[in-house]
Design a protein. Structure first.
Lengths: 357, 77
């Protein structure tokens, strides 16, 4: 039974070594294709220079001086491009072209990974190779263990994409952003910082154990100068308005927009005492206090919005109410100034008694 | 004698270098990583941990990997 397991393990390592070797061949091929592409660009520039040279000679022979000047200015323009392509071509050709590692070297890498990390996980369907870190704690914040998952099929895209992911196995993400599971990991992508070039060199040269070691070492190191979310703010909540991080005890939930805010960006309705953000708060133009939407109403006359306390029972604001009263008074005054037509006037002599002497 | 030196510090490289006979791994580290502390690095010879007085042999493979590598958020474009 033990022998069978050993054989199975060996078989897996051999299969994995072959897969890794194939993917490294793809990286090599991609680099060679890049050289080919630059070489073709350079050849085009050379052909243009040859053509210009021939035209230049013809123009001189024929005495077409204007034509000569035109060709010269084109040559001048092309020379700038030419030097750029030449430099690019030289850089690519001079780049250290790592030789493809041997099968035995890849196999030894896998054995070393097992020694360093305890276990190697190979998913033959997804074609991924993974190691698991010890639980990581940075500045007393437990972040749990992480799985470093190398996608073998993505290795060919080494210089255009990241061929590996960092999966938090017992995630303790930043409270303000669930996708940040480590100060240097967001959406399962590691920000490699100082390790970027060395990590790519290690993968390209088939030094997979070095690759995993460096990634794990980045995960075990905290760079306070450039985290996605600082560990100081790890357990806080980001204010939806100003973005500052506050502890969960110091954050306020706005029931109107369903977001969380810091104390600077929130207030409360001074009528019903509901917590609201400054954006959802409305300052009554009459009493100048912030109120929530539910505690406001429009004046039935001027249609301006006020807090409900600043409207009369008839739904009028102070100004409109005053105006209404003034109008009412004016009407009364007018009425009192006019003669009362409906009052019966006693006719002359009525009520007088005739006195007879 | 010649050994394969893999340095994972900085840009990272692997190259063959000449060392004098009898050089210990500690001396090699001091020469190559001047001013650095060995405790900040993981040193392996032929993929294995070795004592600091291990005498390097022709054809050995020495790997030096920093234990603290600072990650960084990508700069905004």
């Amino acid at each position: 039974m033990r022998k069978e397991n050993f054989m199975k393990k060996q078989k897996n390592l051999i299969r994995l070594s072959n897969l890794l070797l194939d993917s490294l061949s793809e990286v090599k091929k991609a680099k060679l294709l890049q050289i080919q592409s630059v070489m073709e660009d350079f050849n085009i520039k050379c052909s243009e220079a040859t053509k210009d040279s021939s035209l230049f000679c013809t123009a001189i022979e024929k005495g077409w001086l204007t034509g000569v000047e035109n060709i010269l200015s084109r040559i001048d323009r092309n020379l700038n491009d030419f030097s750029y392509y030449l430099q690019k071509f030289k850089e690519l050709v001079n780049t250290d072209q790592a030789a493809l590692p041997k099968f035995s070297e890849i196999y030894a890498e896998l054995v070393q990974i097992e020694q360093e990390f305890g276990e190697i996980k190979f998913d033959s369907d997804k074609k991924t190779l993974s190691v698991t870190t010890e639980p990581i704690t940075l500045e007393d914040i437990p972040l749990g263990p992480f799985e470093v998952q190398l996608s073998i099929g993505q290795i060919a895209k080494l210089y255009s994409d990241t061929p590996y992911g960092i999966i938090a196995l017992e995630p303790n993400p930043a409270s303000s952003n669930d996708s940040v599971t480590h100060p240097h990991v967001s959406d399962e992508r590691l920000c490699e910082g100082d390790g970027r070039v060395a990590i790519r060199s290690a993968i390209e040269q088939g030094r997979f154990c070095d690759f995993f070691t460096m990634v794990v070492n980045i995960l075990q190191t905290y760079n306070p100068d450039s985290p996605h979310i600082s560990l100081d703010d790890w357990e806080g909540i980001s204010c939806y308005d100003c973005g500052s991080t506050v502890s969960s005890d110091d954050c306020y939930y706005c029931e109107y927009c369903n977001e969380e805010y810091c104390s600077e960006c929130s207030t409360y309705c001074q009528k019903c005492e509901t917590t609201i953000c400054l954006g959802c708060a409305y300052e009554c133009p009459n009493c100048n206090v912030p109120v929530c939407h539910n505690c406001t109403a429009k004046c039935k006359k001027c249609e301006e919005t006020f807090c409900k306390d600043c409207l009369t029972e008839e739904g009028l604001c102070n100004n409109c109410e005053e105006q209404r009263k003034e109008n009412e008074n004016e009407e009364q005054e007018q009425l009192s100034a006019e003669p009362k037509a409906d009052v019966a006037v006693q006719p002359d002599s009525v009520g007088k008694t005739i006195v007879h002497a | 004698m010649r050994i394969l030196y893999v340095n994972n510090d900085g840009a990272g490289f692997a190259d063959y270098v000449n060392v004098t006979e009898g050089t210990t791994v500690e001396q090699f580290f001091t020469i190559k990583m001047e001013g650095r502390e060995p405790s900040d690095y993981m040193i392996r010879v032929n993929r294995q941990p070795v004592p600091k007085d291990y005498v390097l042999q022709d054809g050995d493979r020495v790997t030096i990997t920093p234990t603290k590598i600072e990650g960084a958020r990508p700069a905004l474009a």
